[in-house]
Each structure stands twice: as C-alpha cells, then as structure tokens.
Ligand binder design. Structure first.
Ligand SMILES: Nc1nc2c(ncn2[C@@H]2O[C@H](COP(=O)(O)OP(=O)(O)OP(=O)(O)O)[C@@H](O)[C@H]2O)c(=O)[nH]1
Ligand SMILES: [Mg+2]
Length: 170
C-alpha cells in the first residue's frame, strides 16, 4: 500500500484521480476533475497489466493521525503545494516529523512531490528544495531513498515519472 500525505489543498486527491486514469502523455488535460477536502481517508487503485496497487490518501486536516498509517505502508508519497509560500514551512515540519517517525525509518522509498508547477511563480525547484531542507534530509537519512519530482496535476507534467516510480517500488 502506498500512503499519500501532505498538507490540505496540496493536490493529493487530484493526484489520485490522475494516477487512476493514465493519460500522462497529455500536455494539457481538458478536464479538471473536482475534488473536495478529504476528511479521513480516500482510497484509489492503480491498475496495471500485472497488478493492482492501492494508494491511500489521508487528508491534510488529519495530519495529527498520519502516523497511524505509517506502519502499513510500503512507500510514502508526500505532496507539497510548491507555490504556496505561506505553507511551505509547515510542510517542512510535517515532512521532518514524518521521516523521524519510528515506523517510517524502515520505509525505504519516499517520494516528495512538488505539485502545482503550472502556476505562475518565481520559485525554482532548488529554492523549494532548500526551504524543505531536502538535501539535509537526504544526507541525514542514508538508508532511505528520497526522490523529488515536480508535477502538475493540471497539465500532467511529471505524472509519468510518478507513475513509473510507483510501479518500480510497489
Ligand atoms: N493549479 C493547480 N491546481 C491544483 C493542482 N493539483 C491540485 N490542484 C487544485 O488544488 C485544490 C486542492 O486539491 P485537492 O486534491 O483536493 O487537495 P488535497 O491535498 O487532497 O487536500 P485535502 O484532502 O484537504 O488534504 C483543488 O482545487 C485542485 O484542483 C495542480 O497541479 N495545479
Ligand atoms: Mg484530498
């Protein structure tokens, strides 16, 4: 099972919808499926020719109980709204808390998604990574493989990479 966490409105529910409907080659989706804030959890299934992978989102408003789901997850996807500078500090704290949880220390593969890269903004990927202290985390956690991708669930950018990562490690 993949656990998908991240702050409210970072784009987890839309990501789940996109991953279940594989048309990543699209440079621009025509549709933007509606989402509502997830209260509790939201489960999706990614079907491939050989297997079905379960992905479980736990809403951002449930951050205090994310830790209850860590031990059941094979991999974790942490979604960040990379365009919201007012929440990036909180995302950093939540990411550090998650990575220091005893049940996550054995989770080898973690994917950090810098979402909403379609939005007009001046921040560059390395600046967001600096604010999230990603390089420090990677150095301090040599037994875990932390991957970072930029995505847009609006245009589809980066979703193929996410999909390939999920298939590789689940
Ligand atoms: N511009 C842009 N908007 C996005 C993107 N991904 C999601 N959104 C929008 O962001 C809003 C919140 O998306 P959700 O997927 O509901 O966010 P969430 O992380 O599931 O939020 P919670 O369930 O409350 O934790 C919605 O209006 C989405 O359409 C993106 O890549 N780009
Ligand atoms: Mg949601």
């Amino acid at each position: 099972m993949i656990l998908c966490v991240g702050q409210s409105a970072s784009g987890k529910s839309l990501l789940l919808k996109r991953l279940q409907n594989i048309e990543f080659q699209a440079t621009n989706y025509l549709d933007i499926p509606s989402t509502v804030p997830t209260v509790g959890t939201n489960i999706g299934f990614i079907k491939t020719k050989s297997k079905t992978i379960t992905i479980e989102e736990v809403g951002g408003s449930m951050a205090e109980i994310w830790h209850q789901y860590y031990s059941d997850s094979q991999t974790i996807v942490f979604v960040v709204d990379s365009t919201n500078m007012s929440t990036i500090g909180d995302s950093c704290v939540l990411l550090c808390q998650m990575l220091s949880d005893t049940n996550v220390i054995n989770t080898k593969h973690i994917l950090v998604i810098l979402n909403k890269c379609d939005k007009c903004c001046n921040q560059r990927k390395d600046e967001i990574m600096y604010l999230l202290m990603i390089d420090n985390l990677i150095q301090s956690l040599p037994n875990q493989q932390i991957t970072v991708y930029e995505t847009s669930c609006l245009t589809g950018k980066g979703l193929q990479l996410v999909y390939d990562w999920i298939l590789r490690y689940n």
